[in-house]
Design a protein around this ligand. Structure first.
Ligand SMILES: Cc1cc2nc3c(=O)[nH]c(=O)nc-3n(C[C@H](O)[C@H](O)[C@H](O)COP(=O)(O)OP(=O)(O)OC[C@H]3O[C@@H](n4cnc5c(N)ncnc54)[C@H](O)[C@@H]3O)c2cc1C
Length: 409
């Protein structure tokens, strides 16, 4: 097993850094189990680094840091049952070709595809579309190295364990392999349009219901446009929205690479290109309160938040059953805002938190948030069940860290 001498770890966006006591890069599941047993013997904490695309200190540890980037690859597909099994360190983009070759594709995905699948699943990573869950919601089984250093298979025959493990932020053990529910390969047509804010809110239900994927950016100032290369075509940006929808098309529709109306394989349409120049907060509000929450956000940003330069990004996600999922038991609207790196954006993000608290907003575990232990149980009715399973699997709390302990010990 490789013990790396790298002194420090920094996440992709550069706002989280730490130095673990030990960094280990196991080559297979046996070496993962050996590393966990070795750490346990020394009373050391263990965390896993995925691709480092979370904004929160969810990887941080002063104990042993595991790097699972050697555990990669789609190991099995089942076109009849529409399932795919992959090792934990497989990047989302590395599912594309093996699945497509067997007539399959991921059901949905988010804005980037560089995350490792276990890292993306651990925080509830999602795309947009009310008929689709997050990536965690399609997990049907996983293999876990527990605190005892034992390998445990979790599947649909143990629903509580599965629902705890689907969104676990690395607290139940080290995931080495996952089985996902996938779908038949499909192609998408993109349609991007500039629509008046009032018009979007008036047709909100129709837009959300009619399209496979509906998302939009609202830009609070004229300056915001240059960040995303968007302009208002002569109208004030703050009165409009950039609406992006994707719908499935048949084999008879030819590919098109025109920006704003592309047609291609699904996995070539979903990913966007980002620079590491934003620090994101993302909250989730029950879908039936979406127009009210969006209107309140716009008013807040226009009236009192001159530092709010990054767009408000709006998406939707369908319900699932994972105990710590933001969609547990309810479809949600996703509301994201970003602070500018190098500025003190905390007052701005705190006022967004205070506003969305009035809408009982849940948080994205991988993005900046202010969730307190007091609010956790009100917002996540199955949090107590998650904590009970976490304590059973890891009584010493070796998979906790300073960020997670106050919420989940
Ligand atoms: C530019 C950008 C765009 C993004 N777009 C979206 C989006 O569209 N939708 C969305 O929902 N999110 C999005 N995110 C957030 C991102 O998807 C999540 O933060 C995700 O968790 C990152 O995956 P990762 O592989 O980088 O994991 P990391 O951030 O490295 O780790 C995340 C968590 O998973 C744990 N973990 C990783 N591997 C394992 C394992 N094998 N076993 C146990 N625990 C493990 C880690 O310990 C940590 O707690 C975006 C982030 C960025 C920077």
């Amino acid at each position: 097993m490789a013990t790396t001498s790298t002194p420090g770890w920094t996440n992709w966006v550069g706002n989280q850094s730490f130095t673990p006591a030990r960094a280990v890069a196991p080559r297979d599941e046996e070496e993962v189990a050996a590393a966990v047993r070795e750490a346990s013997g020394r009373g050391s904490a263990v965390r896993v680094a995925g691709a480092g695309h979370s904004f929160t200190p969810v990887v941080q540890t002063d104990g042993t840091l595991l790097d699972l980037s050697a555990l990669t690859g789609v190991v099995a597909t089942d076109p009849v049952r529409q399932r795919a099994t992959a090792r934990a360190g497989t990047r989302i983009r590395d599912f594309y070709e093996p699945l497509w070759a067997d007539g399959l594709a991921l059901r949905n995905q988010g804005d980037i595809d560089t995350q490792q699948i276990a890292g993306a699943v651990a925080t509830g990573t999602h795309g947009s579309g009310i008929r689709y869950t997050s990536l965690s919601g399609v997990v049907r089984g996983l293999r876990l190295v527990t605190a005892a250093g034992e390998v445990r298979d979790i599947g649909e025959d143990e629903p509580d364990l599965l629902h705890a493990a689907q969104v676990s932020v690395g607290m139940l053990g080290v995931v080495t392999q996952l089985e996902l529910d996938v779908t038949e390969a499909y192609r998408l047509r993109e349609h991007v349009s500039l629509r008046a804010w009032d018009d979007v809110l008036e047709h909100w239900e129709q837009l959300v219901a009619e399209h496979r994927h509906f998302g939009m950016f609202w830009l609070p100032t004229e300056e915001s446009g240059s960040l995303y290369n968007l302009d208002g075509h002569g109208e004030r940006l703050a009165d409009q929205c950039y609406v992006k929808v994707y719908d499935e098309v048949g084999a008879d529709v030819p590919d098109d690479d025109t920006v704003g109306r592309r047609v291609d394989r699904c996995y070539r349409i979903f990913p966007m290109v980002y620079d590491a120049n934003f620090h994101e907060l993302e909250y989730f509000v029950a879908l039936d309160r979406a127009p009210e929450a969006l209107q309140a956000m716009r008013e807040l940003m226009l009236a009192s938040l001159p530092d709010a330069i990054y767009p408000l990004e709006v998406r939707t996600v369908g319900p699932d059953e994972a105990f710590l999922s933001s969609q547990q038991g309810t479809p949600t609207v996703v509301i994201s805002v970003s602070g500018t790196p190098g500025t003190d954006y905390w007052a701005y993000l705190r006022s967004v938190d205070a506003l969305l608290a009035q809408f009982d907003a849940r948080v994205h575990w991988g993005k900046l948030h202010f969730l307190t232990p007091e609010r956790l149980h009100d917002l996540y009715p199955r949090a107590g069940d998650f904590i009970a399973i976490r304590r059973e699997l890891d009584p010493q709390g070796m998979f906790l860290n300073d960020h997670l302990r106050p919420l989940f010990a």
